[in-house]
Ligand binder design. Structure first.
Ligand code: FES
Ligand code: FES
Length: 160
C-alpha cells in the first residue's frame, strides 16, 4: 500500500514522516517517531492515555489518523517540560504522588494542561468533568484532582 507523506509540527519542531493511510497518529508517534510518552491504553477512545493536542485541541491520538497531522500543530507530553524545567503540573504530580504505575499520567497531564490553558480557576467539579475521559486504575483520582487544583492555585498566585 502506498505510504502517505506528512509534514507537521510536533512540540515546536517541523517533522516529516511516512505513514499508512489507516495508521493512527498514536501509532505513528510511538512507532515511527519514537515519541513513546504518548501511551496506548485501549486503542478505542475510552481511556485518554493517548491524549495529545492537535492545533490546540485535546484529542485521542488513537482515534486520529496520522494523515490528519498534515499541516497541523501537535503537542505531546515530550514537549511539556522546558528543558530540565518541569511544567508546574508535572512537578505537582510528583510532589503529591498523583501517579502510581504511570501509564495514565501523560494523558492526564496533557488533559489537565489543556484545561488550565483555558481556565486557570476551575472548580473541583469542572476538573473532574474535564478529566472524565481519562481513566486511572491505580490512584483513585483524588490525588490527581488535588494536584490539578493546587497547580492552578500556584499558577494563579504566580501571575499576581
Ligand atoms: Fe486512546 Fe485509550 S488509547 S483513548
Ligand atoms: Fe496506574 Fe493511573 S497510575 S493507571
Amino acid at each position: 500500500m502506498a505510504k502517505l507523506h506528512v509534514s507537521t509540527v510536533i512540540n515546536d519542531e517541523p517533522v516529516e514522516f511516512l505513514c499508512d493511510p489507516h495508521q493512527s497518529l498514536m501509532d505513528a508517534l510511538r512507532s515511527t517517531l519514537g515519541l513513546t510518552g504518548t501511551k496506548e491504553g485501549c486503542g478505542t477512545g475510552d481511556c485518554g492515555a493517548c491524549s495529545i493536542t492537535l492545533d490546540g485541541r485535546l484529542v485521542c491520538s488513537c482515534l486520529t489518523l496520522a494523515a490528519e497531522a498534515e499541516g497541523r500543530t501537535i503537542e505531546t507530553i515530550e514537549g511539556m517540560a522546558q528543558g530540565d524545567r518541569l511544567h508546574p503540573l508535572q512537578q505537582k504530580f510528583l510532589e503529591m504522588a498523583a501517579l502510581q504505575c504511570g501509564i495514565c499520567t501523560p494523558g492526564f497531564l496533557m488533559a489537565a494542561k489543556a484545561l488550565l490553558d483555558r481556565n486557570l480557576d476551575p472548580s473541583e467539579t469542572e476538573i473532574r468533568f474535564w478529566l472524565a475521559g481519562n481513566l486511572c486504575r491505580c490512584t483513585g483520582y483524588d490525588k490527581i484532582v488535588r494536584a490539578v487544583m493546587e497547580t492552578a492555585a500556584e499558577m494563579r498566585g504566580a501571575r499576581q
